[in-house]
Design a protein around this ligand. Structure first.
Ligand code: GTP
Length: 329
């Protein structure tokens, strides 16, 4: 069976609204990639020039130089092994390689949760990347699953951050634990844990301030937060998610590298994918950081935050080609 057929089968296992969300959210990236690639695939033979054109396209989609080289090298090997001659045959092969690379080495992008007690999830990232919005959307997601969710307003540094989280708390209908602006984030999160326990919450989502200007401060603050959480709840935080704005491209990658040096990151949330034509950044982040992308922001609505899925992602990029080959069946 061709890879496009397999891809279609695999995405049809989730509800069609999820597939539509991925397709709509990634339509800018898909349009720009598909447009650029059509000239590659309509060449009359697979040669060095074709590979070079493909490299340029991937790099300009923010896939990053190292990741692009890895993709094209794998393509060359497979073309030789499978004895492919027609550039058209590269489309499904390229999609297959992208799915494989986005999946990583078998580590599923699922969220680690406490099987018997409170799950604590920590959010880190610089201001303006969509951290508060992501916490709000995730609170909505878990509430829809029937979980009791609470929020801890640990970004005590940025003016307005606490109020913004409270607005989300009201909107979603979950309690927010807060202190005064400027207070100790670890103390807010400590109180959050106590309140979550006494109110029987399943999940506590903790905001933090993302001060990148001073790495030592950032490190110390996050270390203290981790220490407090770990002392109160065994094996917590269960996830430490770094929120990155996809529209900032290679800058997001740089931020991620600094955060990764400062603290233990278990997953990435890539926001605003709907606002960029350079969604290739997801690949660069996955490969260069070796941290799974766990959630993806595909729009501003509450249910536009989706669990990341490599097949859905690649399917959305090549949706037109998949439909063409599988005949819309
Ligand atoms: N289109 C789109 N917009 C998003 C997405 N995620 C967040 N936003 C928007 O990005 C803007 C910034 O989001 P915030 O949540 O305020 O940013 P923030 O990271 O919390 O800022 P700090 O509180 O300073 O950390 C808001 O207007 C959000 O609606 C997304 O996936 N798609």
């Amino acid at each position: 069976m061709s890879f496009f057929k397999r891809l279609k089968e695999s995405v049809s296992r989730t509800t069609s609204s999820v597939t539509e969300k991925f397709k709509n959210g990634l339509s800018k990236t898909s349009a720009s990639l598909a447009g650029a690639m059509s000239s590659v695939f309509s060449r009359n033979k697979i040669d060095e020039e074709l590979y070079e054109e493909l490299e340029d396209i991937l790099i300009s989609a923010d896939v990053g130089v190292d990741t692009t080289m890895e993709i094209v090298d794998r393509l060359r090997v497979e073309v030789k092994e499978r004895k492919l001659k027609d550039p058209e045959e590269l489309k499904p092969l390229l999609s297959e390689i992208l799915v494989d690379m986005l999946k990583g080495e078998g580590d599923e992008a699922g969220m680690n949760q406490n099987p018997d007690g409170l799950t604590v999830i920590l959010f880190v990232g610089v201001n303006g990347v969509g951290k508060t919005t992501t916490i709000g959307k995730l609170a909505h997601h878990y509430k829809e699953e029937g979980k009791k969710v609470m929020l801890a307003a640990g970004d005590t540094f940025r003016a307005g951050a606490i109020e913004q989280l409270e607005i989300w708390g009201d909107r979603v209908g979950v309690d927010v634990i807060r202190h005064q602006e400027g207070s100790d984030p670890a103390a807010v999160i400590y109180d959050g844990i106590q309140a979550a326990r006494s109110r029987g919450a399943d999940i506590l989502l903790c905001d933090t301030a993302g001060r990148l200007q001073n790495k030592v401060n950032l490190m110390e603050e996050l270390k203290k937060v981790h220490r407090v959480i770990g002392r109160e709840v065994a094996d917590a935080p269960h996830e430490s998610l770094l929120v990155l704005d996809a529209t900032t491209g290679q800058n997001a990658l740089q931020q991620a590298k600094i955060f990764k040096e400062a603290t233990n990151i278990t997953g990435i949330v890539l926001t605003k994918m709907d606002g960029t034509a350079k969604g290739g950044i997801a690949l660069a982040i996955r490969r260069e950081l070796n941290v799974p992308v766990k959630w993806i922001g595909l729009g501003e609505k509450m249910d536009d935050l989706q669990p990341f899925n490599a097949e859905q992602f690649v399917h959305a990029l090549f949706a037109k080609e998949v439909e063409k080959e599988t005949g819309g069946a």
